[in-house]
Design a protein. Structure first.
Length: 66
């Protein structure tokens, strides 16, 4: 299994704060290329370090009750 290095950790910290941040902004903050960020994120998805992304909707705000 591949290891998570300091750059991976920095990328994870950034995207945990804002999952919708553009790759170019992550790359700029990390001092690497967009391609490097994309490749590392894809590798962490493949390693199941990142297990998903998406929106969470509160059913109550939509008027649903249990």
């Amino acid at each position: 299994m591949e290891r998570i290095d300091n750059l991976d950790k920095k990328i994870l910290q950034i995207i945990m704060k804002n999952a919708r941040i553009p790759s170019k902004d992550v790359a700029q903050e990390c001092g690497v290329s967009r391609a490097a960020v994309h490749q590392r994120i894809q590798r962490m998805i493949d390693m199941n370090v990142i297990t998903g992304s998406g929106y969470h909707v509160d059913p109550k705000t939509m008027g649903y009750t249990t």
